[in-house]
Structure formats: C-alpha cells, structure tokens
Design a protein around this ligand. Structure first.
Ligand code: ADP
Ligand code: ASP
Ligand code: MG
Length: 406
C-alpha cells in the first residue's frame, strides 16, 4: 500500500474549521487506499507570538529554552488534528518528534536531523490509523527538545517521506511555487514543475514557500514533492529531479531575502591566517554567515572584511567581532542592519551570456544601488538597501519577462 505524507502549514490549520478541512483531506486519501502520515505546523501565527513573548521576558533568550517553548505550538495542532479525525469516525494518533525517534544534533533552534525511526509509524499505519506528526521538532540523543529552524515543518515532512519511501504533499496558502513571491509581484506565474537544484536555491535565497533543508532531503532521496493549496484541488507545482527544457529558461525565479545585516571589520591586518581566525570565531559562536566580502585598502597593508548575516544574529556577531578586533588589532567594527538580498536563479544561466549585465542594468534603471554582488553557476545575488528590496524584485521580474509564458 502506498504511503502519502501530507504537510499542513500554519495558515492551513489556523482555526477549527481549517483543521477539519485538513482532516477531511487526509481521510479522503485514506479512503482512496493510501496509508497517510500528516505533518502539521503550529496554528496560524502561534510561533511568531511565542517568539515575541520570549523576547518580552528575556531580550536574549537562551536557545535551549526557545526550543522548549516553540515546540509547544506544534503539540497543540497534532492533538487537535487527531481529535478532528476521530470526530469524523476514523482512527488517528498524534506523535511529537521525540515519540517517533526524530533524532537531531544539539544545535538548538537550527538542529539538523540525524535519524528517524520509522518502525513506530509503520506499526500504526498497519493498524489502520492516520499518523499525525509534529513538524519542526526533534530530540537529541540525550532527550533535549530541538527545533529545525523557522519553516522547518517542510523538512520534517520531506525527511519522513524519504524514510517511508512516500510521496510528499505540501499544503499551504499559495497554490504552488511561483516565479517570485506573489505577495510582492501579483503578476508572478505558477510553475508546473521545478527541479531540486533551482528550488534549493530559491528556498535558500528567501522563497519561504519551502524550507531549504527539505529540498536537500528531497534531492538526496529523490522524494517527489507536490506543493499545493490547502483550500482548493488545483494542481500545484511538482518538485522533481529533471524538468523538460531545463536549460532553455535562463531565469526561473527571483527571490528576496529580508532582514539581512552586515558586519564589517575595518582595517584588518592583511596577513595570512587572519580571515581564518575571524571565521573560526564566528563558527565557534554558531553564527551563520551568508556572504563574505573582502577588499584591500591602504597599499595592501590593510583589508576590510565583512560578512552578511541574519538581522537576528547581527548584534551577537558584532559583539564577537569587537572582542576579536581587540585581540588582532582591527581599527573598528561597523554594523549595517537594514539590508536585503535580491537574487535571480536559473539552470539556464550556465549556457547563456549577458544575464548579469541585464540584471545590473535593470537595477540601475530603477536607481537601485548595488552594495555587493555574489554569483554561482545558477545564481546572481545583489545586496541592496532593505527599503529597495521589493522594488528590486519587481523590476527584475519584469526585466526577465517572468510574467510571460515561458
Ligand atoms: P506555510 O505556513 O504553509 O508553511 P509559508 O508562509 O511558510 O506557508 O509559505 C507560503 C508563503 O511563501 C506564501 O504565502 C508566499 O507569500 C511565500 N512565497 C515566497 N516566495 C514564494 C514563491 N516563489 N512561490 C510561492 N510562494 C512564495
Ligand atoms: N511553526 C514553525 C514556524 O512557524 C515551523 C513551520 O511552520 O514550518 O517556523
Ligand atoms: Mg512554511
């Protein structure tokens, strides 16, 4: 019997009526002859509210206690979902991450999955139950509660689909993956399909519709992922290994990563080993660096070394750098907290020329200043002022004609 993993995001379980709607979908899949595992997120904006509450109590909440707090959100949804299914006359059982052996490392608030014990789930499925699993959470070998990073329920779902050899359906508040966030560009177009590599870049660069780690699992274990609306039956977007005419489309999507900050160490001695010391210290403090920027000044005797990071980590990063600055003799440490990154993504860039020039021209025509540029084989990213972020997405979406049929 085939297994389906159905994941419902926060807005798809935001109230009792939506919980019933999700429950009906799972029941229908069961009646169609599948074994069904549901992964659910916390209701509506629960996680945001818990984060805000934590900061009211402690401006710098310890990560372990954050996980203890945030995992409660998903526990509410799983129990209510099981009740809804039982109220409709079907058997269901809910599990926390720990109960189904979702073992992670100990990096609180951004833990990585190490292993999943599928036996318990199989037993319940074989007994004819719909199994409901709390998204976003796991447990360390020692039993501490962990979370997988904001948006991490997608990763729970795809990782479960991988170990259960199931297909994965992601039910959300949009009916698929679009060429960019439809909230920023209403003319954005839904893609019928997209390959793992492009989706991984879109997700890592800000397309919140999928958590990027989920796509890494999808790619590694070749899990077919269907992103679709929880409110309609419209076909969504299939995320798969290969799509037709992949290289013909130069730019598949535009993304915006908000809430970026940049820390710059000014006047760093330009000597071998300094960059390694800086970034070793950053890593020791478990701070995640986005891009690194280095430029040489003052007849090559000094350099400026900077990096972008999330706004949430920026102050801690500055503190770590200030301490280091005293140790290695850096002139000053600066922090800019109002940045965003706009990126274009497409496998076709590998075989087409002039893409970067077109991107920079479009931004220049809109009088948007580019503060830093990074490229890879299938991505070009520009750091811009936060206030220019949405406009940058709009002009790039138009410049690459993503609103037209490809
Ligand atoms: P869920 O709570 O179901 O996990 P999310 O809010 O995490 O939902 O993700 C869905 C949202 O992602 C959409 O409402 C949309 O605004 C945003 N989004 C950003 N980029 C894209 C994109 N390229 N395609 C579709 N949605 C996107
Ligand atoms: N509830 C968590 C969050 O809001 C996980 C998720 O929704 O995927 O980040
Ligand atoms: Mg999400």
């Amino acid at each position: 019997m085939s297994i389906i993993v159905q994941k419902f995001g926060g807005s798809s379980v935001a109230d009792a009526e939506k919980i019933h709607r999700a429950a009906r979908r799972a029941i229908k899949a069961k009646l169609d002859g599948h074994q069904v595992v549901m992964v659910v997120s916390a209701m509506g904006k629960t996680t945001d509210k818990l984060v805000a509450l934590a900061h009211e109590v402690n401006p710098n909440p310890p990560r372990r206690e954050m996980d203890m707090l945030l995992t409660t959100g998903e526990q509410v949804s799983i129990s209510l979902m099981a009740m809804a299914i039982q109220a409709a006359g079907h058997e269901a059982i809910s599990f926390t991450g720990g109960q189904i052996g979702m073992i992670t490392d100990a990096s609180h608030t951004r833990a990585r999955i190490r292993s999943i014990d599928a036996d318990r789930i199989h037993r319940e499925l074989d007994a004819g139950r719909i199994v409901i699993v709390a998204g976003f959470q796991g447990v360390t070998e020692e039993g501490a509660l962990t979370t997988l990073g904001r948006g991490g329920s997608d990763t729970t779902a795809v990782a479960l689909a991988a170990v259960l050899r199931a297909v994965c359906e992601i039910y959300t508040d949009v009916d698929g993956v679009y060429t960019t966030d439809p909230r920023i560009v209403p003319q954005a177009r839904k893609m019928k399909e997209i390959n793992y590599d492009e989706m991984l870049e879109l997700a890592s660069l800000g397309a919140k519709v999928m958590h990027s780690r989920s796509i890494e699992f999808g790619k590694k274990y070749n899990v077919p992922i269907h992103v679709r609306s929880s409110l309609t039956d419209t076909e969504g977007t299939m995320i798969v290994a290969q799509t037709a005419g992949m290289e013909d489309i130069v730019v598949r999507g535009v993304t915006l990563k908000r809430d970026l900050a940049r820390v710059i160490l000014i006047g760093v001695p330009n000597q071998p080993g300094i960059a390694s010391r800086i970034f070793a210290r950053i890593a020791e403090n478990k701070l995640v660096v986005d891009d690194i920027i280095q430029n040489i000044v003052e007849h090559a005797s000094e350099a400026n070394i900077g990096f972008t990071t999330s706004k949430a980590d920026a102050r801690e990063a500055r503190m770590v750098c200030e301490q280091l600055a005293r140790e290695i003799g850096v002139r000053s440490v600066e922090l800019d907290e109002d940045l965003a990154k706009v990126s274009i993504v497409g496998v076709g860039m590998k075989t087409h020329t002039g893409v970067a020039a077109k991107m920079f021209q479009a931004l220049a025509d809109a009088r948007i200043n580019i503060q830093n540029i990074t490229t890879s084989e299938i991505v070009i990213s520009c750091i811009v002022a936060a206030a220019d972020g949405e406009k940058a997405v709009q002009v790039l979406h138009r410049a690459f004609e993503l609103d037209k049929e490809q």
